[in-house]
Design a protein around this ligand. Structure first.
Ligand SMILES: [Zn+2]
Length: 419
């Protein structure tokens, strides 16, 4: 049966504008597609639809987290080091444990459940170098019914021996996972996942680019996160003009490539990314937590670079996209012309969908799209219930700064209530 939801509705129109319907109506078909959004009462037209009166609540699109690491969630919030020593002390030992299903299965189950609790309906996720752990991650994502692009990490050089792969085996395992999962249920997709330049040979990077083209899959990797990392990349890839050029030469920059961090980019590097149509996953909480630096988001936006938001758990300490939006706002205040609530809301929703080429399916509430949305209780973040602010920017601002998973009452994907 179709459904009608009445609530205050917030949805991005574009990078700068948020549409606000108060009271608004969201009409969802039996198949889970949005049929109508707006202020005109649709109950006459959709007489047989079930009506839900949420007049005191807010409806907004589900969030899209374009960068996170499933195995790392267990140690989120721990990390008194910068990137390279932190990888050694926490990340690699933890990822090694994913050889066993006993670790991989419950961790994957908990991870996707936690993403949904936080209102994330679409995720781009790294697993480990293990075929089995990645396969398990897909199985658990399928059970959770979340939209997910998942990849097995690829590392064939300068990696801990327990995690390092042979180049051909890394590609073969990835190919097998692509065949099995890419496009599954039209909800699960594959991302080839070279961890970063420092753990990959040029040969592996080049072959990944060829495979991505052949199979039309996503590519996710890290770029220009930490200054020590930059120095090492320069040493290991002396022919490359820059860190970005390492990926460019290999053919890894495509419209389906998502590059995490990108803190220390030069203007020619920005141009390479933009020309290729690749996008940047901005990870402000991780950038601060691991003392990597601050990405100049406004400068990148002015240069028309495509930006979305990533929690980068566990470089980031939280799976909450509310947290990521406020970190993006606060970080941008170090620069002239800081970001606005509407802009970070866009990055967490429609901007994320664009980065993942899913903007025709999800990311905003528009007729024809899948009904991926959240029901949010504003009383959970309103400081004084006797004083309510009605201006959409003010409502959005309080929701971003004071919102958390506890304000999310329900999560819907394709019109189905998941929790
Ligand atoms: Zn990361």
């Amino acid at each position: 049966m179709g459904q009608i939801f009445k609530a205050q509705i917030l949805t991005p129109k574009n990078q700068k504008t948020v549409l606000f319907y108060d009271p608004g109506y969201l009409v969802v078909s039996d198949e889970g597609k949005i049929e109508f959004v707006g202020t005109k009462n649709p109950r006459q037209k959709y007489k047989n639809y079930r009506f839900h009166d949420h007049s005191d609540l807010i409806i907004c699109p589900g969030f899209i987290d374009t960068h996170n690491h499933l195995p790392q969630y267990a140690f989120a919030g721990i990390g008194d080091f910068s990137l390279l020593p932190w990888l050694k002390k926490y990340t690699f030992p933890r990822e090694t444990q994913f050889k066993s299903e006993k670790t991989a299965r419950p961790a994957a189950n908990n991870f996707f459940t936690s993403l949904l609790k936080n209102g994330t309906t679409t995720t781009l996720t790294y697993v480990t170098t293990h075929f089995s752990a990645t396969n398990i991650a897909f199985e658990e994502a399928k059970k959770a019914k979340i939209r997910a692009i998942i990849g097995k990490v690829m590392m064939d050089s300068f990696s801990p021996s327990a995690l390092q792969e042979k180049t051909e085996k890394s590609l073969q395992d990835s190919l097998e996972l692509i065949e099995k999962w890419h496009g599954h249920d039209r909800r699960l997709f594959y991302a080839l996942t070279p961890r970063f330049a420092l753990t990959c040979s040029s040969k592996l990077l080049e072959k990944i680019a060829t495979l991505a083209k052949e199979k039309d899959v996503y590519i996710q990797t890290h770029l220009s996160e930490n200054l020590e990392e930059l120095k090492l990349v320069k040493k290991r890839f002396p022919k490359a003009k820059s860190y970005t050029d390492v990926y460019y030469r290999a053919g890894l920059l495509t419209p389906k490539t998502i590059l995490a961090h990108c803190i220390h980019l030069s203007n020619p590097e920005l141009t390479l990314i933009k020309k290729a149509g690749a996008s940047i996953s901005h990870c402000p909480s991780s950038n601060r937590f691991l003392m990597s630096g601050q990405m100049p988001a406004r400068k990148y936006l002015t240069a028309s670079t495509q930006l979305s938001l990533g929690t980068d758990v566990a470089g980031g300490y939280s799976l909450s996209m509310f947290n990521e939006m406020r970190e993006a706002l606060e970080t941008s205040k170090s620069y002239i012309n800081p970001l606005k609530p509407e802009e970070v809301f866009y990055m967490a929703t429609l901007g994320g969908a664009k980065a993942l080429s899913m903007h025709k399916i999800t990311g905003s509430l528009e007729p024809g799209k899948e009904a991926d949305f959240l029901i949010i209780d504003p009383l959970k973040f309103t400081p004084d219930p006797n004083t309510k602010y009605q201006n959409p920017t003010q409502i959005l601002s309080q929701m971003i700064y004071r919102g958390s998973e506890f304000a999310i009452k329900n999560v819907f994907i394709a019109g189905k209530k998941l929790n």
